[in-house]
Design a protein around this ligand. Sequence first.
Ligand code: URA
Length: 424
Amino acid sequence: MTIVDIIEKKKQKQALTKEEINFFVKGFLSGEIKDYQASALLMAICLNDMTDEETMDLTFAMLESGDKIDLSMIKGTKVDKHSTGGVGDKTSIILAPLVASTGVSVAKMSGRGLGHTGGTIDKLEAISGFQTSLTQEEFINNVNDIGVALTGQTGNIAPADKKLYALRDVTGTVNSIPLIASSIMSKKLASGADKIVIDLKVGNGALVNNIDDARRLGHLMVKIGKKFSKDVICFLTNMNEPLGHNIGNGLEVLECIDVLNGKGPEDLKNLIEELASTMVSLGKNISKEEALKEVTDNLTNGKAYQKFLEFVERQHGDIHHITVSDKTLSVKSNKDGFITAINTLKLGELSRQLGAGRLNKEDVIDYGVGMVLNKKQGDFVMEGEELVKIYYNEKSIPLIDILNCFQIENDYKEKEPLIYEKIM
Ligand code: URA
C-alpha cells in the first residue's frame, strides 16, 4: 500500500478501506506521509466525498491516534459543547462559565481559528496571560475545584486531527462534511464528556452553507456518537450574519463579558439561552424550562460573571488586560435603506486579513484587530451613518470591501430564524 495509490483511489471516487485510512492517519502523524501528499488526499476527499463508513473509520483512526481523557474523576454528568465555527461565534467563552455557575461541570477542549472562522483558544489568548494549554491533571483539578476548565487541543488528544486541522486551514480543505464530522467527533470522543451539544452553523459565514448539507452533517455526527454510546444533540443555527456585533479576538471577549453581565446583543443572548439550558437540563436531568430559569437568573444576578472571573484567574488570565487596538476607522453607509443580507464569509476573511486569523500556519495573530458591526440584518441605516467600526493595527484592508458586504435595499426583508432545527 502506498499513499499515492490511496490518493489515486480517492481521485477515482472510490471508497477507502479501514486499512487504507489507518495507513494514511498513522503515516501522516509519523511524518512518513508528507504535508503535500496529505493535502492532495484532503482535496480529493473534499471533491469526491466519503461514505458514512469511511467517515466512521477516519473518526476512529484519529481518535485512536492519541490519548483519551478520563473524566471519571469528575463528579456528575459532564456535558461538552462544540461549534462547527462561524464569524463572531464566541458562545463557548460564555457557555463554559455560565453552565458551570449552575453547578454542571464543564471540561471543554477547544480549537484555534479555522479558515475564515475564529477559534475559542485564540480568543481567550486575547486576555493577557491566559493559559490555554493545561496538563490533564490541571484540567481535571480545575473542573473539580471550580467546575470549569477550557484547554486547547494539547497533549496527545486526537493528534492526527490537530495536524490535519492546521493543514486544512491553509489548503482550502476545510469545508467537507466527512472531514468536519470526523474532526469534531474524534476530539469530542477523546475528551471524555458524557453528553455532547453541537452548534452546527449554517449559512454564508459557516463551513456549511445550506440546510441539506447541515442536516447530513448533523445526522452523521449523531450517528458517530451513537456508535460510541454518546448522546449527541445537534442544533442547526443561522450563520447568514455574524453572531453578535463583534468580530476579532479581543473584541469578542469584551462582548462575552457584556452577555455574562446580562447585556449584549439579542441574537447572541438567545442562542446562549438555548444552548446553555440544553446543557444544564442534560447535566442535571431537569426540564428545559427549569434549566432556562437557572441560566437566565445567573446571567442577571452576577453568578455567571463571577464564575467567568474565577475561570480566567484560575487559568492565569488578567481580566484588566484584554488586547484591543486603539486605531479605528469608520465604514459609513452610502445610502438609506434596510440591511437585507450580509456577506459573512467575506467579513470573516477581511478580519483574517486584518490579522485576526492566520493565512499561513506560522502566522501570529493580532488579538487587538477586528470589527464591530453597528447594523445587522433587518436594521435601517441612513446614508453617512456608521455601519462598521474597524479596529486595525499593522495590516490594512480596503474599506470599500467592507461596505460591499452589506446589501442595502428600500424594502424590509424578514430575517431567517436563529435556530432552524434540532437533530438528536
Ligand atoms: N471544527 C472542528 O473541530 N473541525 C472541523 O473540521 C470544523 C470545525
